[in-house]
Design a protein around this ligand. Sequence first.
Ligand SMILES: Nc1ncnc2c1ncn2[C@@H]1O[C@H](COP(=O)(O)OP(=O)(O)OP(=O)(O)O)[C@@H](O)[C@H]1O
Ligand SMILES: O=P(O)(O)OC[C@H]1O[C@](O)(CO)[C@@H](O)[C@@H]1O
Ligand SMILES: [Mg+2]
Length: 483
Amino acid sequence: MSSPKIVNGSGGYILQDVPHLIDYLPDLPTYQNPLKDNPAYSVVKQYFVDTEDTVPEKIIVHKDGPRGIHFRRAGPRQKVYFESDEVHACIVTCGGLCPGLNTVIRELVSSLSYMYGVKRILGIDGGYKGFYAKNTIPLNSKVVNDIHKRGGTIIGTSRGGHDTTKIVDSIQDRGINQVYIIGGDGTQRGASKIYEEIRRRGLKVAVVGIPKTIDNDIPVIDRSFGFDTAVEEAQRAINAAHVEAESNENGIGFVKLMGRHSGFIAMYATLASRDVDCCLIPESPFYLEGEGGLFEYIEKRLKEHGHMVIVLAEGAGQEMMSKSMESNTLEDASGNKLLKDVGLWLSQSIKDHFKKIKMVMNLKYIDPTYMIRAIPSNAADNVYCTLLAQSAVHGAMAGYTGYTSGLVHGRQTYIPFYRITEKQNKVVITDRMWARLLSSTNQPSFLGPKDISEAKKEKAPPTDGEICNGVVDIPPVTKEITK
Ligand SMILES: Nc1ncnc2c1ncn2[C@@H]1O[C@H](COP(=O)(O)OP(=O)(O)OP(=O)(O)O)[C@@H](O)[C@H]1O
Ligand SMILES: O=P(O)(O)OC[C@H]1O[C@](O)(CO)[C@@H](O)[C@@H]1O
Ligand SMILES: [Mg+2]
């Protein structure tokens, strides 16, 4: 693996920079950015981003604290490393669906064609394996004109089938020199390997990741596109659960939402709804029986209100369920562990409990899993997708490579792959947001002192000057800023 590019400045300033084609092809010629003559842009004051602009990872600072880690600010540069006619771009979507995939594809095509005059753009059919196992799909602004109104991805997606050598062979054989890869944590790991192989072969090919995950489990970035839409769509299921619960004696509306390892959708859908009395996520352990357990809380809530709504993330309570069922080690084609249906198991356990204590209860189980991700993105996500795609294209045209384009504190940035793939973003149950949810639902935390100390340990704060989260085992290439 190539070494991370780290730039150290004064006051503890650290730039975790992204690679550039000239790092291994130093003699590449540059060209004037064609946007200079574009009437839509030439009137914008300071349209081109200053190459010194960077965005801090942490915006809460203390008077004497170090300035900390920064990322390169995204946007158009004065100089580009590709001529319009020379560009041959491709776009691939991998992993599960997510609202907004088509919008990103559309905006990548529009940005390449309208801003940079690129004419050759290919869609790779059906994810990574499409590079070597399928024909390509020619894309232009006409083909993608109204695709943002549809859910899914017009070029198809898949899990598994990543073969770095075959993929890079295909890129080289087809003469592709800009690769836009839209996908989640697994996809970005694959993108990083493609970048390394391209660099090893010394090819003038920019590799750009665009983070996609319905679970919002990609670190560093503010949130992933489509997340907002998914949370909004989840409201419809929660509303239905509430109506059912309210209309039945001791009614329980029970909704299962996506979230294998990260409970963000469940948490935000709960906070948005206000009808939810209990939210269960993978990060927060819970138990059923006895004092302080889930059954006790449900009984109490039903006695007080006559109904309740429970929202459950699919990854919650898996360990508990495994103890009472045969162990399951199945994996999907990408190697992700396949989870058992905790919703069915938990709703049956609740029913069994109420039968045992002879209390009337009516539980309605709603599983809108795929309905929240197989829809077009909402207005806010559409805007977000547009900015992401434009930033991705500006970066590739400017010769940057080996990066993921992402929003950090509301600013578009270029983030090196190793920061995106090093860990998953999870709900931190010792943070304020989870405390806000607990006070909104009034549910018990289900935590004992041992759980709390373990949760705190998991989130040890970085020491002063330490590269927070930037755990890399390869010696970085460092540079001091002297001015
Ligand atoms: N470590 C890895 N190295 C190379 N390729 C990988 C790696 N992990 C996953 N991939 C490839 O990336 C693609 C997508 O991976 P995966 O199915 O895990 O989805 P994802 O990108 O994590 O998206 P999501 O989980 O949000 O649906 C697959 O084609 C898979 O083979
Ligand atoms: O059934 P599929 O397409 O593999 O996707 C299911 C998974 O994809 C995700 O949306 C994202 O990883 C998970 O929340 C979910 O378990
Ligand atoms: Mg994933």
